[in-house]
Design a protein around this ligand. Structure first.
Ligand SMILES: Nc1ncnc2c1ncn2[C@@H]1O[C@H](COP(=O)(O)OP(=O)(O)OP(=O)(O)O)[C@@H](O)[C@H]1O
Length: 269
């Protein structure tokens, strides 16, 4: 009998590619940490990157954030190359002005929330939209309130970061990124620095944003249940390449390689 895919899977297959890594290599000196990497992320898709420490997960998203330059290969967001531009059909390195422009398309939330300690929560959220996007103060505030509402912190606008818990600060950091309306959101181990009792509230905020379905996301996580809930696709990174990928069910319940079985085994101790 013909297999009928759910509507969401069909929609995802038809969606256009937003992020495209082609033949990407990254070396630090003589040490190659990523090799021949091809990744396609569709508009609205949520990708979780899992893998052992040192497998290259952070480097993958730092290159997309324009914080780390690929040694070879190209990375595109929405049809625009990040690190290169085409001049008379030839690829030339992009200049700082181009990098600054494309960087605006990408939001990133780190382990450390990096809020400005001397600014209120509202000020933290409106600085970049005013100074980078050129919004008026009122427009920026309107967006900030909407995003702080989304993460459940609209009542904290006049507080300072030190007056909030770690989980609340991380939720502000997520709101602050969303205010910029990035084309893709990157989350790098956003709960790793939190006390265990604060992890749930931050993951729930990301789950809620994922469920809305509008935001394209790449997440690095060691929380396998979270990856299962949120991701449309999981990539298992091992020694600088994608060793396995597929739906959460395929990758987490039916690992094909011993490397992935061993890796997942650590989470069922
Ligand atoms: N700036 C750097 N200089 C030299 N080596 C680096 C640098 N950044 C990363 N590396 C190396 O690149 C490899 C991949 O690192 P990366 O941080 O991407 O791994 P990861 O999978 O994110 O690890 P973790 O789960 O521990 O965060 C590691 O061997 C790391 O030591």
């Amino acid at each position: 009998m013909e297999k009928v895919e759910p509507a969401s899977v069909v929609q995802m297959e038809q969606a256009e590619t937003l992020v495209r890594y082609r033949n990407v290599k990254k070396a630090f000196g003589d040490t190659v940490v990523l090799n021949n990497l091809d990744i396609d992320v569709k508009k609205g898709e949520k990708i979780a990157l899992i893998g052992p420490s040192g497998s290259g997960k952070t480097t993958i998203i730092r290159m997309l954030m324009t914080l780390e330059q690929p040694t070879a290969g190209t990375i595109e967001v929405d049809g625009e190359m990040l690190w290169h531009k085409k001049v008379n059909g030839e690829l030339k390195p992009a200049d700082e002005k181009h990098l600054r422009k494309v960087r605006g398309n990408i939001g990133m939330v780190f382990q450390q929330y990096n809020l400005f300690p001397h600014m209120t929560i509202m000020k933290n959220c409106i600085e970049a939209p005013i100074h980078v996007l050129g919004l008026s103060k009122d427009e920026a505030k309107e967006r900030a309130v909407a995003m702080l509402e989304k993460v459940g912190l609209a009542d904290k606008v006049d507080m300072y970061p030190s007056q909030l818990s770690g989980g609340q600060q991380q939720r502000v950091a997520i709101a602050r990124s969303l205010v910029m309306q990035p084309k893709v959101m990157l989350f790098d181990e956003v709960t790793a620095a939190l006390d265990p009792e604060l992890v749930g509230e931050v993951l729930q905020v990301i789950r809620d944003i994922a469920e809305e379905g509008k935001t394209t996301m790449m997440l690095i996580t060691h929380e396998m249940d979270f990856a299962r809930d949120v991701a449309d696709r999981i990539l298992f990174l091992d020694k600088g390449s994608i060793a396995e990928q597929g739906t959460p069910d395929d990758v987490l319940n039916h690992p094909k390689t011993e490397r992935l079985k061993t890796f997942l085994g650590r989470f069922h101790a």
